[in-house]
Design a protein around this ligand. Structure first.
Ligand code: ADP
Ligand code: MG
Length: 662
């Protein structure tokens, strides 16, 4: 932005302090603030230095170029240096008391001269007035506010020829001071403005009032310690009223009343842009357009924060009135006469920084991505810092903004994340339940293995001796009883064997097995009553898998037996074989009684059986579970025992990895 070649960037973001509230985006009249990865960054080529972002950031995350060290260095250099105070000092340093005390404080910093910018305003006002009176140029935009000048140059370049062809009061004052005190004089402007820092090479440095306060503090200069003193000449007249709105008009002595239709004053970031837009469209036809980026220089970003506009205005007016009262008119006229020699002409260069407007399709696409599918979704809530959803979308296409800045969009995304979290939470709970269940089974396994192992030997002894006695006895009565003992002991041994199977820790012996052949064999080894129809449905890309066929035979025999036992009046037992590249799925379904809901959980617990004593041991499914687990597979069950919920039946699904070792 800078005309002054020294400075490329005036405003910076302190990343650690930025809380991404988008207030700066909202307040920036030219959208020179870009949000990337949730961080606000000032784009120096677009920045007009108005300092609105600095003013509004409550986190002090926007800072401007500070030059106090440079000025301190300049003051030590031995060169003659003039401080040139903008007239809004009357509002800023009101608490110092008499303005002469402030002048004394500035002098105490080491400035050779302490002067007033207001005299420059007198000079410039005379030129404006002449131009206004001779009527040679229709439509002049005041060019004393540097932010307005940058704005026109960069964002309304078509209006460049309408900018008043004069330098600002600051530059006018500086030129006259050099004329009066010698060309080697360095001038330091001190005022309420950030944009002034880059306005012109006529000024050595520009400080804000806040920086001046910092210098006072650093040098330990207090009002009560200094000798009050008068400003160095040239003394200003009406120019002191310049920093309040309409100030320039008052300075030009153009009465600003409602009957005057050829003059318009617009101040503040929205008003000045509206005025310029209307002016460029032709709906606003005026002779003089007085524009200020801030609400009067008294509200500039270089003033202390939280000032009251109308109080400040009154303070500046009071100061100007006092000045006019004691003005030495003759002396002032002499100075103004001398100042006629100063060239106040200025010219401006259009540097179009407007961004290309993206196509409607692109904008629509971005809106769609933010979940805004039709105009009723355009809430235009402004939370993103843009006035409308469309403007926000355009900025996204232009690389200035991000989707996440949209509050409704972010809330929606948050909802989705919460939903996802809920789902994974539910899944986690399920997994936890399953883990609990398998832990329980593992404990049961250990316990039963222990018991089974201990029972196995005494049972062996009982079997052996009861068989011996049975062989030896001739007593027929006793024979019957002994027969019963042998049978029941045999049953006990089976149960104990089952328990040992369930709990066994022995390895699986994997061998490549043809699944369809294997299942067919498993069906042949169970007794199937006539009333039960068997259906085998095979759809396998690859019929081979690695498994321990002996153990798996027990699994399928158990499932098939259970299914048949659940269909005492006949039905269909169907086996379905399916596969995926890395696993095979076998389901064993029946059209039997189904399993009551409350029993589903207990199925795999040892000794759970609903069958009458002597018929069921409740060890079949636990055994299946154990073997499938050893194969790194899983076994699930779906069942319906309620006629009102549909056809009855049960289906066990076993999923096995094609090779448990991979
Ligand atoms: P058992 O067959 O000795 O009772 P299991 O562990 O094989 O022991 O089965 C446990 C219980 O699960 C059975 O008693 C029965 O209630 C139920 N069950 C298992 N499979 C089925 C099925 N296909 N249909 C209905 N109930 C079944
Ligand atoms: Mg069984």
């Amino acid at each position: 932005m800078a005309h002054n070649s020294k400075y490329k960037q005036l405003v910076f973001t302190v990343k650690d302090r930025c809380r991404v509230c988008y207030t700066c985006v909202r307040e920036c009249p030219v959208k020179a603030i870009k949000i990337i990865n949730g961080q606000a960054e000032v784009i120096s080529e677009r920045c007009i230095g108005c300092g609105n972002c600095v003013r509004v950031c409550s986190q002090e995350a926007k800072v401007y170029l500070k030059l106090t060290d440079e000025v301190t260095g300049l003051l030590k250099s031995g060169k003659p240096v003039a401080a040139c105070l903008a007239p809004s000092f009357a509002a800023e340093f009101h608490s110092v008391g008499d303005y002469r005390r402030l002048v004394g404080m500035v002098r105490a910093l080491g400035f050779t001269y302490v002067t007033e910018v207001a005299f420059g305003a007198d000079m410039v006002a005379r030129s404006y007035r002449q131009k206004y009176d001779d009527g040679t140029q229709k439509g002049v935009i005041s060019s004393d506010c540097p932010a307005i000048v940058y704005y026109v140059e960069h964002f309304q370049p078509d209006l460049i020829d309408h900018l008043a062809p004069y330098v600002s009061p600051m530059v006018a004052a500086s030129r006259y001071l050099k004329h009066r005190y010698g060309s080697e004089l360095e001038v330091v402007f001190i005022g309420p403005c950030i944009a002034k820092k880059a306005e012109s090479d006529d000024i050595h440095y520009a400080l804000t009032f806040c920086e001046l306060r910092e210098m006072f503090a650093k040098a330990g200069i207090n009002p009560e310690d200094v000798e009050p003193s008068e400003f160095d000449p040239p003394h200003a007249a009406r120019g002191a009223i310049f920093p309040v709105s309409h100030g320039m008009l008052q300075n030009m002595e153009i009465a600003d009343d409602l009957t005057r239709v050829d003059v318009v004053v617009a101040e503040g970031r929205r008003n000045f842009m509206d005025a310029l837009n209307e002016y460029s469209k032709g709906t606003l036809k005026v002779n003089h357009l007085e524009l200020l980026c801030c609400e009067g220089c008294i509200m500039g970003p270089g003033m202390s924060k939280n000032g009251n506009k109308y109080h400040r205005r009154a303070l500046v007016s009071a100061y100007a009135e006092e000045k006019m009262k004691k003005l030495n008119v003759e002396e002032w006229e002499n100075e103004m006469e001398c100042a006629k020699e100063i060239d106040l002409c200025n010219s401006f260069v259009a540097r179009d920084r407007r961004l290309v407007s993206p196509s409607n399709d692109k904008v629509a696409e971005v809106l769609f991505q933010m979940g805004k599918n039709d105009p009723s979704d355009y809430l235009n809530c402004g939370a993103c810092g843009y006035d409308s959803c469309i403007e926000h979308a355009i900025a996204i296409v232009q690389g200035l903004a991000e989707n996440e800045m949209c509050l409704p969009y972010s809330i929606e995304k948050l909802h989705q994340s919460v939903e996802k979290l809920n789902i994974s939470n539910r899944e986690l709970n399920k997994a936890r339940e399953a883990l609990k269940q398998s832990e329980k089974l593992a404990h049961m396994g250990q316990l039963s293995a222990g018991i089974a192992h201990e029972l196995n030997n005494p049972l062996g002894v009982i079997t052996m001796y009861s068989n011996l006695i049975l062989d030896e006895t001739t007593d027929e009565n006793l024979k019957g009883d002994l027969q019963l003992i042998v049978e029941q002991t045999e049953r006990c041994r089976k149960i104990v064997g089952g328990l040992l199977n369930f709990a066994r820790k022995n390895q699986v012996r994997l061998a490549e097995t043809h699944l369809e052949k294997f299942i067919t064999r498993s069906l042949q080894s169970v007794v199937v009553p006539q009333s039960v129809e068997i259906r085998l449905d095979v759809d396998l890309k690859d019929p081979y898998l690695f498994m321990d066929a002996d153990q798996m035979m027990q699994v399928f025999n158990n499932l098939e037996k259970n299914a048949i036992e659940a269909m005492p009046n006949g039905g269909v037992l169907s086996l379905k074989l399916r596969d995926k590249p890395n696993e095979v799925i076998v389901s064993v379904s029946d059209t039997g009684t189904g399993i009551a809901k409350e029993n589903i959980e207990k199925l795999f617990t040892p000794f759970f059986t609903t069958k009458e004593v002597g018929k069921g041991t409740g060890l079949g499914l636990p055994l299946c579970y154990g073997i499938v687990k050893m194969h790194k597979g899983k076994i699930t069950v779906h069942s319906n025992a309620e006629p009102k919920d549909g056809p009855l039946g049960t289906s066990f699904v076993i999923t096995l990895p094609r090779n448990p070792e991979n």
